[in-house]
Design a protein around this ligand. Structure first.
Ligand code: AMP
Ligand code: GLY
Length: 422
């Protein structure tokens, strides 16, 4: 079958790498893709959130299956449009994608259907939000309701700071319509982990756990980023907690969405905070995590494509998914300055040498091809991913690979996975 993959990050390179290995894949296109994805797919120059143009391409090229990587086209209704056009598409439709598209919607679902999460209240008016905050003990969590490219969450250490952020979002409109409503949340302490499951709305197939590193610098210092690295599995999730998450969170959420008349299909990602063996949901995402997808998909032994298709055809229960027991670690190499301003266009050297070490896959994120050279083209540039017999070996191999790769002003964290060794 002919497939269109939508997106251009490290997650999409990992998806392209897996999909291209499938005997079911005749031809793979990617829109807009990157230099790494171009090794597996023909690139199409359409942005991932341009639903009208994507749909036109799908019809013109006779695409059989659309795989959507990022959240924006899901929340924007690309899957609905494909369905109307008679084309299968992986991911939730617009109504179900509200689990990520609106934090208030997600919280309401959790409260109504007893999915464990922290207390909250949503507000459209700044004065009312500040009144609610005045009774809370800091830290206070202020979130823009809608999609804000990972920048719409602020942990405030005083009432004043919370008030200022409420004004920034609702009155000044920093995040546009995404911030015209805010969600004020109880601060949850603990250790974070991510858990993702495939679902066709009837069955779930839970993937191995993973953990992201959101801060820019070592020891979780510095500004929040899209994610500076990840490892899988996350030892904070014991077998007992894993079962609890499956039951009380993943299955419960899929049920809840059916009851609400918004059946959920695709990948459901629960971002969790775990304290005293009790997991609570921080947020849902309606897609694979980036960079979590890189180590998780590297551990997937089975063909990914039939699994993706089965979530659409509602026969996920017929799929046997095999995972490699060995841990995987992904170290993100970023452009100097990221997540603030940075330069693009620097040549990248050493990717082949890194992969030649064995058990290493270098997934491209912000890269492009210029004059026959791979160059930097984004904040997160590469996701250097390695497997090992144990976590220590995987970490060592990942950093050995990182040392082989060079581009000007490269920045990466040196402590990816260290927390899991403690
Ligand atoms: P989110 O985009 O909702 O996952 O938030 C980004 C990050 O903010 C999370 O990964 C957590 O580290 C932190 N965070 C979000 N919500 C809370 C909360 N209620 N309590 C504590 N930390 C939070
Ligand atoms: N790594 C976090 C995310 O994909 O949202």
């Amino acid at each position: 079958m002919d497939i269109l993959l939508v997106g251009s990050g490290g997650r999409e390179h990992a998806l392209a790498w897996k999909i291209a290995q499938s005997p079911l894949c005749d031809k793979l296109y990617a829109a807009p893709g990157n230099a790494g994805i171009a090794q597996h797919a023909e690139l199409v120059d359409i942005e991932a959130d341009d639903i009208a143009l994507l749909l036109r391409f799908v019809k013109r090229a006779g695409i059989d299956f659309v795989v959507v990587g990022p959240e924006a086209p899901l929340v924007g209704g690309l899957v609905d449009e494909c369905r109307t056009a008679g084309v299968k598409a992986f991911g939730p439709d617009k109504a179900a994608a509200q689990l990520e598209g609106s934090k208030a919607f997600a919280k309401d679902i959790m409260r109504k259907h007893s999915v464990p999460t922290g207390g909250y209240q949503a507000f459209d008016r700044a004065e009312a939000a500040k009144g609610y905050v005045s009774d809370m003990q800091p830290p206070i969590v202020v979130k823009a309701d809608g999609l804000a490219a990972g920048k719409g969450v602020v942990i405030c250490n005083s009432h004043q700071e919370a008030g200022e952020w409420i004004d920034t979002m609702i009155i000044e409109g920093r995040f546009g319509s995404a911030g015209s409503r805010v969600v004020i949340e109880e601060f949850l302490p603990g250790e974070e982990a991510s858990i993702l499951a495939f679902t066709d709305g009837k069955t779930i197939a839970t993937m191995p756990t993973s953990q992201d590193h959101k801060r820019a610098y070592d020891f979780d210092k510095g500004p929040n980023t899209g994610g500076m690295g990840a490892y899988s599995p996350a030892p904070v999730v014991s077998d007992t907690i894993y079962d609890q998450i499956e039951h009380d969170i993943l299955i419960q959420t899929v049920h809840a969405m059916n009851i609400e008349g918004k059946p959920y299909r695709g990948v459901l990602y629960a971002g969790l905070m775990i304290e005293d063996d009790a997991p609570r949901v921080l947020e849902y995402n309606v897609r694979f995590g980036d960079p979590e997808a890189q180590p998780v998909l590297m551990r997937m032994r089975s063909d990914l494509l039939p699994v993706l298709l089965s979530t659409v055809d509602e026969n996920l229960d017929e799929q046997e998914i095999e995972w490699d027991d060995r841990p995987a670690v992904c170290v993100v190499m970023a452009s100097g300055g990221y997540p603030n301003s940075y330069k693009k266009g620097y040549p990248i050297e050493g990717i082949d040498e890194a992969e030649a070490l064995g058990d290493v896959k270098v997934f491209h994120a912000g890269t492009a091809e210029a004059d026959g050279q791979t160059v930097t083209n984004g904040g997160r540039v590469l996701g250097v991913t390695a497997m090992g017999d144990d976590l220590t070996a995987a970490i060592e191999r990942a950093y050995e690979a990182v040392e082989k790769i060079h581009f000007q002003d490269a920045h990466y964290r040196r402590d990816i996975g260290a927390k899991a060794l403690d």
